[in-house]
Design a protein around this ligand. Structure first.
Ligand code: ZN
Length: 289
């Protein structure tokens, strides 16, 4: 697996919401890392649109780890907080442990200081979506965003609260100790522009994030699908899905519901272009930009 630092930003808008994609890193990985029983040759039917942006010349997946900053008229919202620095809880991806990256500098370059963030919203509680919830200060994990309310799904926490993992200790418990959490049950509404769509399967309380403004609409997927190939192959089962059959059902239903609709799909691990539309050209869902 290759990592190259791609700490960059990209900004665009959905109606009046300004979005900025803040990239922590991009990895190149064999599909067997992510998918049950898949090899590089399984990409062959889709290479015409997967290469070069999503699959490299060696048929390895390009996977981006990034956050989305959403700026509504009233609030700054950070969706997913990537991997973080100095973490030790990455058991499946040990190359993510002990990082010393420049994520906060990239965020600052996008015009966002930690103090500016009003809400942190995690699609689920895996280590690559909660890492920058906290940072190490004087040997203790403290909230990275001192003025933020951290929005956690109550059902997701039910699945993790008895988990004695480094990720929970490093990324979640310090937020609860600081009393900066707010529990949601799929009932989130920020400024009439940002809400949640339950998309269970990857984890029990996994949620995607729905953006609506001025008749424009977008959905941030989270890990309901990790790589764009799953738009065409929704039944590729992800190793990391806690309930693989439910995840396939959720993904298939999502793709059918959003096919040929004017909804921008923002992949939480899609390398650029990160925003795509799902179309049914040639009889199967595929991507257009
Ligand atoms: Zn992820």
């Amino acid at each position: 697996m290759n990592i190259h630092s791609a700490e960059t930003t990209l900004s665009f808008s959905v109606g009046d919401i300004v979005l900025t994609k803040v990239v922590e890193l991009v990895e190149h990985a064999n599909p067997g890392v992510l998918y049950v029983d898949k090899t590089p040759n399984d990409f062959d039917p889709h290479l015409d649109w997967l290469q070069p942006n999503y699959v490299d010349a060696d048929k390895a997946m390009r996977l981006s780890v990034h956050s989305f900053v959403l700026q509504t008229t009233h609030h700054t919202i950070l969706v997913d907080t990537c991997i973080g620095n100095h973490k030790q809880g990455n058991t499946r991806f040990p190359q993510w442990n002990g990082r010393d990256g420049q994520y906060l500098d990239v965020l600052a370059a996008a015009g966002v200081a930690p103090e500016d963030v009003d809400f942190v919203l995690c699609t689920h509680m895996h280590s690559d979506h909660t890492g920058w919830n906290t940072r190490l200060k004087d040997g203790r994990w403290v909230p990275t965003f001192p003025n933020a309310t951290y929005l956690f799904d109550r059902g997701e926490w039910q699945a993790w609260k008895d988990d004695d993992s480094e990720t929970v200790r490093e990324n979640i418990l310090p937020i609860l100790e600081a009393k900066q959490e707010q529990w949601v049950n799929g009932d989130l509404d920020i400024d009439g522009a940002v809400s949640l769509m339950p998309t269970p399967g990857h984890t029990p309380g996994h949620c995607s994030v729905v953006l609506k403004s001025n008749r424009e609409q977008a959905v941030i997927t989270g890990d309901m699908m990790i790589h764009p190939v799953q738009i065409a192959e929704p039944d590729w089962r992800q190793r990391g899905d806690s309930d693989k059959e439910l995840a396939v059902n959720t993904r298939t239903q999502f793709i059918n519901q959003h096919c040929d609709r004017d909804v921008l799909i923002l992949g939480s691990h899609f390398d650029s272009p990160t925003g795509v539309h799902i179309t049914s050209k040639h009889g199967e869902p595929r991507i257009c930009y």
